[in-house]
Design a protein around this ligand. Structure first.
Ligand code: PLP
Length: 508
């Protein structure tokens, strides 16, 4: 071994092992002091302040910095000003506190640095990912034999894969056209994907990236609970066909980003089958309900999907990134598979050597399966389900708290654990004023570091949002944040006095 660089890596030398032990210990101390023990979900620092700290030192100095000094700097400049996802008042996005077991696994998998593209770079890791994927397929009601899947970077990648396979399957089955070889078929500009108007934007992004254009995505209105309307779906399919278009895929959402709404999966599955469309379910958010004895029924029909998106860095409490794409019939992976002599030569396929690269649109890929595996092993299904169930109850109680304030409006009864609401000013004749007020409330909470909550738009109006993924958040926490919202709203109203003042003061 070249001893010159030995200390820079973990290896057989006792010195490198001792350094590793000490560095890990020091990093843990920084995380506990500057992150875990934070009494606010954000320091409140402004963007310019944070940028200035990094500008004070070169990104790549000529000579290295000692680890102690480096960790002290990173603790001050990065860790202290992170969004504290573990804090009970960090309730903005689908952004979870990671489980202890998953943090341990993240350290292990980063140290092992296995690459999931070929078996000779990830022997045991490949076999474990295959095992976890098999379990996931069964969890969502797929037949274990015949189904398959892969870990992905998250919902964006999984949705992309769903639309990609749907497109290529349609071209092959309709026209014996091989998109992989021949590119887009001549009929490509008539291909259409259907989803609800509340579906994630990545459906449109996927269509655009796949050469179909965003025009290929036709959205269907939702009902008062935010679910795709089957009657309007049917009439939309009818209209598209009459216009000469080719609806080839239906994307349902099990857990929309804002309201957590779940489309009527059995009905949509039946319509997709009747019209020869690929049925993809985006369960990035709601997929975790499959673990819950109490709520799994909300996913009824998901087993009928041709493909499924599920994210683990949302309601499965995994560190980013961690998701999966599941496929009911593994034969459909043929639209993706390519053989590279250096990675997955055809002889390997014949000899049964499992190179996972053929199932993914990534080549080098992380061993994220270990995080989910260790979390499931450590916690067990019951405990996982109890946490998920708790957060759904918490959302219902937050909705109740919102209803009890005269100046707050609840936009919809929560289905999962997202709660959308708004502050309603006394003089609401001008919507722009109410919108401005809601944005300012959210900004004030962030600037003071009191709470990190989200903003969104519903029914054309600016709204506030809690995404209550964190099982550490209590009813008292949500009540306290709502009290702040009401108070800041009242102060802003009082300060600006009237809409006239508001126009002059706020909009200038
Ligand atoms: C319903 C839904 N699908 C897909 C995505 C994209 O997932 P990711 O951010 O993991 O790529 C999100 C993200 O919030 C989502 O809410």
């Amino acid at each position: 071994m070249n001893r010159e660089f030995a200390a820079a890596f973990l290896n057989t030398t006792p010195e490198s092992q001792e350094l590793f032990r000490n560095h890990m210990h020091a990093a843990v101390e920084v995380l506990i002091r500057d992150f875990a023990a934070a009494d606010q979900p954000y320091s409140g620092a402004a963007p310019q302040e944070l940028a200035a700290a990094f500008r004070s030192r070169p990104v790549c100095p000529e000579q290295g910095t000692g680890m102690e000094e480096l960790l002290a700097f990173v603790g001050e400049a990065v860790v202290k000003h992170a969004a504290v996802v573990n804090h009970p008042a960090c309730v903005a996005h689908l952004h979870c506190p990671p489980l202890q077991a998953s943090l341990l696994a993240e350290t292990l998998l980063a140290t092992l640095n296995q690459s999931m593209d070929s078996w000779d770079q990830s022997m045991s890791a490949t076999m474990l990912e295959e095992e976890v994927i098999g379990w996931l397929c069964e969890l969502f009601g797929y037949e274990k034999s015949g189904s398959d899947g892969v870990f992905t970077s998250g919902g964006t990648q999984s949705n992309f894969m769903g639309v990609l396979l749907a497109r290529d399957h349609y071209a092959y089955s309709q026209w014996n056209w091989n998109v992989q070889q021949q590119g887009l078929p001549p009929q490509a500009d008539r291909l259409r994907v259907l989803c609800s108007e509340a579906a994630h934007f990545t459906v449109k992004q996927s269509a655009a990236l796949l050469g179909l254009g965003q025009q290929a995505v036709v959205t269907v209105p939702v009902d008062t609970l935010g679910r795709m309307r089957c009657d309007l779906l049917e009439s939309t399919i009818e209209r598209l066909r009459q216009e000469g278009n080719l609806p080839f895929a239906l994307v349902a959402t099990a857990g929309t980003t804002d309201f957590g709404s779940i489309d009527p999966l059995p009905e949509l599955a039946a319509l997709a089958r009747e019209h020869g469309m690929w049925f993809h379910v985006d369960a990035a958010y709601g997929g975790a309900l499959a673990l819950s004895g109490k709520h799994a029924h909300l996913l009824e029909g998901i087993s009928l999907a041709d493909s499924i998106t599920v994210d683990f860095h949302k309601l499965f409490y995994q560190p980013i990134s961690c998701g999966a794409f599941l496929l009911r019939d593994s034969v459909n992976y043929r639209y993706l598979r390519l053989n590279a002599d250096y990675l997955n030569p055809q002889e390997d396929d014949q000899n049964g050597v499992p190179n996972l690269v053929g199932k993914s649109i990534q080549t080098t890929r992380r061993f994220d399966a270990l995080k989910l595996y260790m979390s499931l092993q450590h916690l067990g299904r019951e405990r996982f389900a109890a946490m998920i169930d708790y957060t759904l109850e918490l959302a219902l109680s937050a909705a109740e708290q919102i209803r009890s304030h005269d100046t707050l409006e609840l936009l919809a009864e929560p289905t999962l654990n997202a709660v959308v609401f708004r502050y309603v000013p006394a003089t609401e004749s001008e919507t722009a004023w109410a919108d401005e007020l809601n944005h300012r409330i959210r900004d004030r909470l962030l600037e003071s570091g009191t709470a990190v909550i989200a903003r969104t738009k519903a029914n054309g109006k600016a709204c506030l949002k809690f995404t209550l993924l964190n099982p550490l958040t209590t009813k008292q926490d949500t009540a306290a944040i709502l009290q702040h919202v009401v108070q800041i709203g009242a102060e802003l109203e009082q300060h600006y006095g009237s809409e006239q003042h508001a126009r002059e003061g706020v909009y200038s």
